[in-house]
Design a protein around this ligand. Sequence first.
Ligand SMILES: Nc1ncnc2c1ncn2[C@@H]1O[C@H](COP(=O)(O)OP(=O)(O)OP(=O)(O)O)[C@@H](O)[C@H]1O
Length: 277
Amino acid sequence: MITARNLTKSYRKKDVLTGVDLDLEAGGIHGLLGRNGVGKSTLLGIIGGQIKASSGELRVFGEQPWDNARVMDAVALTGVDTPYPGAWSGAAILEAAGLRYPRWDEDGARSLVDDFALTGALETRYSFMSRGQKAMIGIVVGLASCAPLTLLDEPYVGLDTHNRRVFYEHLLAMGESGRTFIVATHHVHESAKVLDSFLILGRDGRIARHCNAADVADEYVVLSAPALPRIDEALDLRGSAGLQRALVPRSAAAGVGVVRKDTADLDDVIGAMLEAS
Ligand SMILES: Nc1ncnc2c1ncn2[C@@H]1O[C@H](COP(=O)(O)OP(=O)(O)OP(=O)(O)O)[C@@H](O)[C@H]1O
């Protein structure tokens, strides 16, 4: 569904994406992770046809996406920076989304509005909405679009605990629908429950890792000992006086002598991958 080869994007003299290679098959919920400013929103904008890449190859549904109406009809991109007109009410935004997206699910939108208790905000001008209300409007648009490829850019910013749970429940319920979701997120712990895979965009502007959520914690163990030998494949974890801890691929840990080996925690693995990226 998405194939990228050596995709780059520079803003004036600033190189953001320097050679993204990516193969993503249709279906599932995928997290796009990376440190602040590495280019996650830029990459989503390029995939969604809204930002023009500087060079490289990109195919979304077999076509180049930039300004391509066929691709853009099948892709919804919403998030914290979606520039809805400030004078529009929530209801007007949802009505426009219903006209914009050919597969729009009116009942689904209503159910999300109910679950988010957003009815009151539907009459509020977008510019007067709270951050959380804006986030919920963006989520309703993205999820009810029924776009085969739905890109959510930090969709939960400003949501309280209850509404984040509502969001994840709806997203999870759609995970088996055949649709593909890419969620740019900094919330590894919360999102881990719904994600099928993690894409880590590194500080060098390339995809550093693409790992399957079901496998990643099994593939690593935590070694701890007063002094660990050097293990090239190790992802560093915390070390304190008298105790070193390293996150190591299970295969590389097999040959290490008498040290304590613990099962790795998904948060630790992803966190260490982000640090190393
Ligand atoms: N339109 C633009 N013009 C110039 N620079 C831009 C533009 N859009 C983004 N950038 C720069 O590109 C870099 C990547 O920005 P982007 O928003 O894609 O990162 P991000 O990974 O989504 O960040 P965050 O996690 O902080 O939201 C940043 O340095 C940003 O300042």
